[in-house]
Unconditional design. Structure first.
Lengths: 247, 268
């Protein structure tokens, strides 16, 4: 299996503000009051997912259903409270394209730095450099500081670097919503091409029709729990009905 | 079998990548400081030199301070200040290193400890640049470097270990409470005056000298200055105690960092 998500739950502790814990401690000592308990919130409850290499999975659900939390846990930037995930292969994420670029530095420096953050070595980036700037279509601007790029150019460069990792699994978070129509089209084509080459896509979107286009399987999350998990058509149909009923 | 080879290779690859990322982040840090300035890297030399000239003038002529016998006060002060700055500037910039790079951290998991480590590495590059005005002063005031100065490298390693440990500690704690970076600035200033920088340990009254033994970074800076200016080698027991305290600080800082690391994504 490429991806195993096993019994994953995530608990958040909500502080009213950052200093709360500390000032609570102080006031509770002074006034001999009971330590005010922090509010808890389960963003994910016992989520199980498996994904075969080459298949693509869509994650749908309303705002606050736990989609982003699940994505962060799969991407490794957040740890689950209980359960674990197992990934047999490399991954790359299209999240906040272009964020993390340093605006004062030229595109070239930013390609190297963000490439390394995405997990490539310097040597690998050197080998794939032409490929990256060709796809981003910014060859003549590569030595200009990124702050002079349009937001579309930044997004293209971010996309280009992320796919240069040549991942087994590509995590896509709503990014296709940014950029102009041309770029969107290009990204979609590229994603379709990667799928043909055997790359799995993990796709999070509000746009249910996009999910149907890209993914064979889908997960519908509601309040951190899996409502339905299976072939995309069925899950999407059930989700649409649910939305219509509650509207 | 196949899988074992693959995992061995991937550990090796991970180390290569981490190393590349560490150097790239450090280089970016160094470059970013001077990117939009006309004089660029010269600021790494001009800044401390102007500070030292003013302080040297005030302390030598107004307060009548003196350092080591036979060494001009400005050389005495500037040398110590240069070494102190490696610690002070590292900790100062490490304290906001994680909180200032939230967007990098959201992209992909990589060992977060690379970030404060890169800041310290960047300040080490600064130290190399500020050795230029030190050398200049030594030349102008005709201070000869003693053969013992090679031991400086050993002390410098202890210095870096102490600095890394402290940087890990404040960078991680600042994720939880932003007050930490404010406190760090204040603490570093107090610490500087309580360390043998404007004076040497031998000038401290006997009854206070015992406290200076616990100030490992002060001891280290004093050793470094003595080695460079007079060639006076530190005693083995001084080196050993500095080394033990530094390793202790390093391990403590590392453990605290590792404890806080999983919380970074949730808090930032």
């Amino acid at each position: 299996m490429l991806l195993d998500v096993v019994n994953v739950s995530k608990k958040f502790i909500l502080h009213e503000c950052r200093g709360d814990r500390f000032s609570n401690l102080i006031t509770s000592i002074i006034q001999a009051k009971k330590f005010k308990k922090d509010r808890q919130f389960w963003a994910l409850k016992d989520v199980n997912i498996t994904l075969e290499q080459g298949k693509s999975l869509g994650i749908i659900g309303k705002n606050g259903s736990g989609k982003s939390t699940l994505l962060k846990i799969i991407n490794g930037t957040m740890l689950p409270t209980t359960g674990f995930i197992n990934i047999n292969g490399t991954k790359s994420a299209l999240i906040e394209l272009g964020a993390g670029f340093n605006p004062d530095f030229p595109g070239r420096d930013n390609v190297f730095l963000s490439g390394m953050i995405m997990g490539m070595s310097k040597k690998e980036i050197n080998q794939r450099f032409d490929e990256i700037i060709d796809f981003a279509e910014i060859k003549e601007f590569i030595d200009i500081p990124v702050k002079y790029y349009s937001s579309g150019m930044q997004a293209r460069l971010g996309f280009s670097v992320a796919i240069a990792v040549k991942p087994d699994m590509l995590i896509v978070d709503e990014v296709l919503a940014v950029g102009d129509a041309n770029f969107k089209e290009k990204c979609k084509n590229k994603i379709a091409k990667l799928q043909k080459e055997g790359v799995s896509i993990l796709f999070v979107s509000h746009d249910v029709s996009e999910v149907s286009n890209i993914c064979q399987e889908a997960v519908w999350l509601e309040k951190g729990e899996i409502m339905q998990y299976g072939p995309t058509d069925e899950v999407v149909r059930a989700y649409k009905e649910f939305i219509n009923q509650s509207a | 079998m196949d899988k074992m080879i693959k995992s061995k290779r991937s550990i090796y690859n991970n180390i290569i990548r981490s190393k590349d990322l560490l150097f790239a982040l450090a280089m970016r840090d160094v470059k970013a400081r001077y990117q939009l300035t006309i004089l660029g890297l010269y600021w790494a030399i001009i800044n401390p030199l102007v500070m030292a000239l003013i302080m040297g003038f005030v302390f030598e002529n107004v307060f009548r301070a003196s350092g080591i016998e036979g060494i001009p006060y400005i050389v005495f002060l500037f040398t110590a200040l240069t070494f102190w700055n490696l610690f002070s500037n590292s900790v100062g910039s490490a304290s906001t290193s994680l909180t200032g790079q939230a967007s990098l951290l959201s992209k992909q998991y990589f060992p977060r400890i690379i970030i404060p480590t890169a800041t310290v590495l960047a300040r080490l590059v600064d130290l190399c640049f500020s050795m230029i005005p030190v050398a200049l002063l030594l030349y102008i005031y005709k201070v000869n470097i003693n053969i013992n100065a090679w031991m400086l490298l050993l002390i410098l390693i202890i210095h870096i270990i102490f600095t890394l440990g402290f940087s890990y500690l404040v960078s991680a704690l600042n994720v939880l409470y932003r007050d930490v970076s404010q406190v760090t600035g204040l603490l570093l200033m107090l610490w500087m005056y309580l360390s043998p920088i404007f004076y040497s340990i031998s000038q401290v009254p006997e009854e206070f000298r015992i406290y200076f033994k616990y100030n490992a970074i002060g001891q280290i800076v004093d050793m470094e200055r003595n080695l460079l200016l007079t060639g006076q080698a530190p005693s083995g027991s001084d080196i050993l105690s500095a080394m033990i305290i530094s390793l202790g600080v390093f391990i403590f800082g590392y453990i605290v960092f590792k404890k806080i690391e999983p919380l970074i994504a949730e808090v930032l």
